[in-house]
Design a protein around this ligand. Structure first.
Ligand code: PLP
Length: 417
């Protein structure tokens, strides 16, 4: 029995098996954009630990910053105390979002989303939050109430949060929304939802991903986000963007909202922010971030080690945006040279790329599983999204040669279907 097989066997004995693993990778170590398994095999990382390791694995600057911080202190809870590192990272985040804002630190994506829901309700004094179908916002009760990319993510856990509504995300595969999706959805929200279901004065916020990640790398039309912002502003509703996956340079801009010409009121962050340590954040307009004393906090949010890593991430990522765009184009070109009749669409922005595999117009799940498993066997790590989309989220620092080799292998495996 290989070491990997033994660990997988014990994993099934000792860990709850509620995950959705694609293939038997048992990781031992990683460096840059390469991952090594316990049996010594090397892999090209086109996942970055699901969009987390933007600066690659074992980044020397992050290691040094965290080590220096370890020598000062690990943890001392912002809930009751102060430290300069927390202020410095918040100041940097605010300067990067480009509006007068304040920050709340969390430990994960779902916790950032939970905080944004509380901030929206607390600030507006309104109950309703409107989310969008096919979204992914996390697995705790508040965020799960808006997570709807697969029914298994919610079906066993009702009742969910009350005073929530889901409306269609403008995806042309949604049968209610084929042509001119953006306007169809905007009209539905304005003329049906806000007139017939809920009074706009009862709605605290719209919560959505500017590009859906887990749902299958769905990029909405630019005019959709702009129209939604117009409806939000007209009715005093907050625009809450979940940039947990799209944020921190992933799409070729620091934040995906910059592509769409909108200005959100609240932005949820996590994943890449902590450079591999658990860190989330909500960045919001100063006037919105006004929850009263004692009404929201946590023990670990803004942990000093995670913030030390984040300070490096926020310093380094802006300088990588040019290569994120050029490498993204290169990968899309390589994938686009496929001869496969199963590739319906290649979409995304920057280094957030999806290849939608369909057979006779229907999601080709088996094809996705084959491509991911065979690519893994050939030393390339990618995962899926939506029902049948190959999802690529490599480190933003991936070397051109590795990105080329990794995406060529994936293309060859798509061609083999
Ligand atoms: C857009 C988005 N929001 C929220 C989350 C939840 O983040 P976490 O798994 O850190 O709770 C994810 C995770 O994939 C995500 O992609």
């Amino acid at each position: 029995m290989s070491l990997a097989s033994r660990i997988i066997e014990e994993d099934s004995r000792y860990l709850m098996q509620s995950f959705s693993r694609w293939y038997p990778l048992v990781i031992e170590r990683a460096k840059g954009s390469l991952v090594y398994d316990v049996d010594g095999k090397e892999y090209i990382d086109m996942n970055a630990g699901i969009g987390v390791m933007a600066l690659g694995h074992g980044n020397e600057k992050i290691i040094r910053a965290v080590q220096e911080q370890m020598n000062k202190f690990f943890h001392y809870s912002l809930t009751d105390f102060y430290y300069d590192l927390a202020v410095r990272v918040a100041r940097k985040l605010v300067s990067l979002v480009g509006f007068q804002g304040k920050v709340f630190y969390a430990n994960s994506g779902t916790e950032s989303v939970e905080a944004s829901l509380k901030i929206a309700r607390g600030h507006t004094g309104r109950q309703y939050i409107i989310g969008f179908t096919n979204s992914f916002h996390g697995r705790t009760f508040g965020s799960m109430s808006f997570t709807s990319s697969k029914s298994v993510q919610r079906s066993a856990f009702s009742p969910l949060l009350p005073s929530t509504l889901l409306v269609p995300y403008p995806d042309r595969h949604n049968p209610l929304c084929r042509e001119d999706c953006a306007n169809a959805v905007l009209e539905y929200i304005e003329d049906w939802v806000l007139k017939k279901i809920v009074d706009p004065n009862d709605v605290a916020g719209f919560l959505l991903e500017p590009i859906q990640g887990e749902g299958g790398i769905i990029v909405p039309p630019r005019e959709f986000l702009q129209g939604l912002q117009r409806i939000a502003r007209k009715n005093g509703i907050l625009l809450i963007l979940d940039e947990v996956q799209t944020g921190i340079g992933r799409t070729g801009k620091m934040f995906a909202f910059e592509h769409f010409g909108v200005e959100p009121d609240l932005i949820c962050l996590a994943k890449a922010l902590g450079g591999g340590l658990p860190l989330g954040a909500v960045v919001g307009r100063s006037e919105v971030m006004d929850l009263p004393r004692g009404s929201h906090a946590n023990t670990f949010g803004g942990n000093a080690l995670a913030l030390a890593a984040a300070e490096v991430v926020l310093e380094e990522v802006p300088g990588l945006l040019g290569r994120v765009n050029s490498l993204g184009k290169m990968i899309v070109d390589i994938l686009g040279s496929t001869k496969s009749r199963y590739v319906e669409e290649i979409r995304g922005m920057g280094l957030m790329i999806g290849v939608d595999l369909r057979r006779d117009g229907e999601p080709y799940e088996e094809g996705l599983e084959k491509v991911l498993r065979r690519s893994f066997e050939r030393g390339v790590l990618a995962i899926g999204a939506g029902e049948s989309v190959v999802r690529l989220l490599p480190p933003l620092v991936i070397e051109e040669e590795l990105a080329q080799r990794g995406s060529s292998i994936i293309r060859e495996e798509i061609d083999r279907l």
